[in-house]
Design a protein around this ligand. Sequence first.
Ligand code: MTE
Length: 319
Amino acid sequence: MKIPEPRESEVTDEAVFLNRREVLRLGAAAALGTLVAGCPEGGQADPPDPLALRRLPDVAPAAPAFRVDEEPTSFEDVTSYNNFYEFGTGKQDPAREAHTLRPEPWSVVVDGDVGRPGRVPLEDLLAAAPLEERIYRFRCVEAWSMVVPWIGVPLARVIERFQPGPKAAYVAFETLVDPEQMPGQRRRVIDWPYREGLRMDEAMHPLAFLAIGLYGRVLPNQNGAPIRLVVPWKYGFKSIKSIVRMSFTEKQPHTSWNDLQPSEYGFYANVNPEVDHPRWSQARERRLGEFRKRPTLPFNGYAEQVAGLYAGLDLRRNF
Ligand code: MTE
């Protein structure tokens, strides 16, 4: 990506939220094994130096409809407690290992039922819309959560430019496959590439977002550089990282976690406190940096905006 020198920006500044004490508390909670349901972890990987990441210029501050009124999770927590199995299955592995990923140059293959297929350089894809900030809740299926100030473009604006055809009922996404850059792919913990997908009306929803940055700067590799999906009303595993393909399909696409364990991870994966994961409750969640659990909200707090997409659908069966 070729990005011009930044001007002063009003977007959320990572320095405001850098809070060592929070990280130390989090590390202590992790050491006690109390941090996450189903995934005990120890220690904390070194977070990246935010100042080493390029600041993104000309970013519109988050509009009221796209910012939650909650304190963003610290930059350190967002960038050092990750799921990115291409770099290992531990929460600290991505921050330690993802330096081997080369996010520049980058392109995305667009194919399927679409008027303008092709291999699209990232900078062309981003020409679809001006960069904007979105401050969203993010809820992992493992019952931890965060609030993240993302930077990127609305997914709908990108999709429109490719002119999906009449048979395009779904959009499928794939992550890069390259064990040189992603050493975790030497083990077949997942049938690589990592795959995800959305129904077309979900993908066109104004909340669906393609992020290229967070906290005013380009995405750190461990967060899915250079471009990832963010679907705030769904469990975090839908938010696929380091995207290299978008395919417009008639049939519901295969998705990694649903393929791996269909009884535990559905295609829809809408955040739903009333439908438990078979191995743990989804009623509550632990916000990174906090001790007490808080109630999980239907559709992660975005029910007013998105519940209508699922009218008539049995959300217990279509979980
Ligand atoms: N994308 C890829 N390619 N590989 C992954 O392992 N993990 C998913 C999702 N996207 C994953 C992925 C899961 S389970 C979660 S919770 C989020 O990324 C975590 O995003 P974060 O590390 O930026 O918090």
